[in-house]
Design a protein around this ligand. Structure first.
Ligand code: HPA
Length: 290
């Protein structure tokens, strides 16, 4: 989708930020965007305030099953967090500048770090449904870029680097958190497709040839906008199924939801341990450094 972004967009960003800040006194420096079936981490927080996406001015609603559609402020190990349970997707008909509206609001609120998660299909045949994958890099095949249009100079520069779109330091922290928990954490390249159809087997063969290890329909716009705004990003894919054509069976959203549910505990522990490590590394809290 490439329709023009309205001129009042930055006013809308400020209106949403002001509303959100009027509803919670917490000042999180890290934001989390949790994808299909993965929002349960927010239920582990204390001192929570949940804002429905409907009530925040101009905030895009998510219409997909498995996305609660609320922004939750709360504490994890005393650390203030902003957690999005569910996101808007391009395939819902949103423009990319709408998809990244929340990411930009969170950046404007002072979140310099972003943890993104998603459900994805595994392309790499060494991976299995139920594995978690640390995103090393992505390939944008969604046909749009959320930073197209006049540059939002208050947020970032016109041209910006994507060499370390997924922060190498944060990736190390994620690997360390997984090994401490005794969990296998795969690592690979996420290919972002528009959806909402799952891919054909021929498209999966193409994506494999391009070097992708997993495929999904989200994340890429938010990660681009976050990099534009200077946020440090870390991304985890929950590999909910083998991609099309790998197994002799059709794909469906129920399988995606069931696998996400099955790995929920692992996912929650990994996210919690990763957030703890980021807080120590950023010196937001006192802790043992490695
Ligand atoms: N393809 C695209 N998106 C997905 C998949 C898939 O196989 N699984 C979960 N999200």
């Amino acid at each position: 989708m490439s329709s023009r972004r309205p001129d009042v967009y930055d006013e809308r960003l400020r209106a949403a930020r002001d509303y959100v800040q009027s509803r919670s006194k917490l000042e999180p420096r890290i934001a989390l965007i949790l994808g299909s079936g993965l929002g349960a981490f927010a239920e582990t927080l204390t001192e929570t305030t949940a804002l429905s996406y409907d009530e925040i001015p101009h905030w895009p609603r998510s219409t997909v099953d498995g996305h609660a559609g609320q922004l939750v402020f709360g504490r994890h190990s005393n650390l203030p967090l902003a957690v999005m349970q569910g996101r808007a997707h391009l395939y819902e008909g949103y423009h990319s500048w709408e998809v990244v509206f929340p990411t930009r609001v969170l950046a404007m609120m002072g979140c310099g770090s972003l943890l993104v998660s998603n459900a994805a299909g595994a392309i790499n045949a060494d991976f299995a449904a139920g594995d978690l994958m640390l995103i090393r890099d992505h390939i944008n095949l969604q046909g749009s870029n959320p930073c197209a249009g006049a540059n939002l100079a208050d947020l970032g520069q016109r041209f910006f680097d994507m060499t370390n779109a997924y922060d190498p330091g944060y990736r190390n922290l994620a690997s360390g958190a997984a090994s401490e928990l005794g969990m296998v954490l795969r690592e690979g390249i996420y290919a972002g497709m528009l959806g909402p159809s799952y891919e054909t087997p021929a498209e999966i063969a193409m994506l494999r040839a391009l070097g992708a290890d997993a495929v999904g329909m989200s994340t890429v716009p938010e990660v681009i906008a976050a990099n534009h705004a200077g946020m440090k990003v870390v991304g985890i894919s929950c590999l909910t199924n083998m991609a099309a054509g790998i197994l002799d069976q059709p794909l469906d959203h129920d399988e995606v939801m069931q696998t996400a549910e099955r790995v929920r505990h692992h996912f929650i522990s990994l996210i919690g341990a990763l957030v703890d490590r980021i807080a120590v590394a950023e010196e937001w809290v006192a802790g043992e450094s490695e």
